[in-house]
Write a protein that binds this ligand. Structure first.
Ligand code: UD1
Length: 426
């Protein structure tokens, strides 16, 4: 298994291109199921999760072709064509590797009148149930059956009537599934307390480009007028706000200065505010962001929250940065119950972090030291890379497959800005 070796202490300087957003791509891809016409996605990141989703779509009989595969290209173009769907079952083997597979439930139900998806099971950052996905589909008139580890959703007489659902908790995935189901419903549907993440707006924009009728895009109240059919579309995946935020933390912890080409500041207000509060200089420039730090960082108190709040997917990376602040920061994780797996590993690198339930107190330290570390999720792994960039000596981050799920060519992008990083086989 590959690992990454970092020799810390280099100030990052230069330009990092921001890739297409993983989490947007994972909800745009299943939209191909909603039409028998070709759908083309541009700016798809080259990531293991995207390859996994392509494989899942192929398993349903969806044909996929990829352009832009030159090794020097960042991003790819994929055309998906679901002319004839040959299976409506997402098997355990694929779903267990990639939780986002659950996002085929809504569109498959809408197109085929029936969908069967393996239950995703446990996950490194908490239980992550899918009850809200199922309740929303039920509210739209689907029947849900659970048996042998699978969930089966069935529409009466082959089509969902549509309905109204109010989420008790904001859920990104459940909002996405419900939206993709409602666009082909027989009637009008409404969603209240829906997630407002930029990736949901990206999804709505693609659906509208395919002929869907959605009101309230970007708000927590969505009204979807079902249409009898959707057509194909060509769509560019939005830039990855979490990747951009991660590299901003990486540059800041080294006291460096980078331009994040293609980053969209309006999607990242809470992250940018947290960075500014920490004393990092952030400026919106033409087609991107400029981030500069002078080595002095201030402590920050912040809680994760649904968008437009501070993203849980940025918590671990910000924590790594705050390890070097002058004073104590307080981070509270309100979205997932078990999202501090990076804490013991950061502490092994000389950080001083205490956790009490959902709160972490990060006492800034004057230096971090390199170590062999590993993490059990994507963003936790990135926080160890960020710490390694500022640590004295050598850091080895194991279990690189987590990073390959979410960071397109991490070591290449970091090398572009002067980091001493290399990928080696274990
Ligand atoms: C998505 C993102 C993930 C991000 C998360 C929160 C993708 C592929 N993943 O995950 O990177 O960390 O949003 O921004 O886009 N919940 C329930 N029942 C449900 C669904 C969710 O109780 O049916 C709870 C979850 O346990 C969690 C909270 O709701 O506590 C938010 O989860 P949710 O927004 O659904 O996260 P995901 O869509 O899985």
């Amino acid at each position: 298994m590959d690992k990454i070796i970092i020799h810390g202490g280099k100030k990052l300087s230069g330009t990092i291109p921001v890739s297409g957003a993983k989490n947007a791509a994972l909800t745009l891809l299943p939209c191909a199921l909603l039409t028998d016409e070709p759908m083309t996605l541009r700016n798809l990141p080259r990531l293991a999760d995207i390859d996994g989703f392509q494989h899942l779509m192929n398993q349903f009989g969806v044909s996929t072709t990829i352009a832009g595969s030159r090794p020097e290209d960042f991003g790819r173009v994929m055309t998906l064509e679901a002319t004839r769907i040959t299976s409506n079952v997402a098997p355990y083997d694929l779903v267990r590797k990639m939780r986002a597979s659950i996002l085929v439930l809504g569109p498959m139900l809408a197109r085929m009148g029936e969908a069967t998806v393996s239950l995703p099971g446990g996950c490194a950052i908490g239980n992550r149930p899918i009850d809200l996905h199922l309740k929303a589909l039920e509210a739209f008139g689907a029947t849900i059956e659970l048996a042998a580890g699978y969930v089966r959703a069935i529409a009466p007489d082959g089509g969902i009537p549509g309905g109204s659902y109010s989420f008790p908790v904001v859920s990104v995935g459940a909002t996405e599934n419900a939206l993709m189901a409602a666009v082909l419903a027989r009637g009008t549907s409404s969603l209240h307390n829906a997630a407002r993440e930029p990736e949901i707006v990206d999804l709505c924009n693609l659906l509208v480009a395919m002929g869907a009728e959605i009101e309230g895009i970007g708000t927590g109240d969505l009204v979807i007028h079902g249409v009898p059919r959707l057509h194909g579309a060509t769509y560019r995946v939005m830039p990855d706000r979490i990747e951009a935020g991660s590299y901003a933390c990486a540059a800041a912890i080294t006291g460096g200065e980078v331009t994040l080409a293609g980053a969209r500041a309006e999607d990242m207000a809470a992250t940018l505010q947290a960075l500014r509060d920490a004393g990092v200089h952030v400026e919106v420039v033409k087609d991107g962001l400029h981030v500069a730090a002078n080595g002095k960082l201030r402590p920050v108190t912040i809680s994760t929250a649904p968008y437009p709040g501070f993203a849980t997917d940025m918590q671990a990376q910000l924590m790594a940065l705050l390890c070097r602040a002058e004073g104590s920061s307080v981070l509270t994780e309100t979205i997932f119950e078990n999202r501090y797996m990076h804490v013991p590993e950061l502490n092994r690198m000389g950080a001083h972090i205490e956790t009490k339930g959902r709160t972490a107190i990060v006492h800034g330290v004057p230096k971090l030291t390199g170590a062999e570390v590993m993490a059990t999720d994507l963003r936790a792994s990135m926080s160890l890379v960020i710490a390694g960039l500022a640590a004295e000596g050598e850091t080895q981050v194991h279990r690189l497959y987590h990073l390959d799920r979410g960071y397109e060519r991490l070591e290449e992008k970091l090398s572009l800005v002067g980091a001493d990083v290399e990928r080696v086989g274990d």
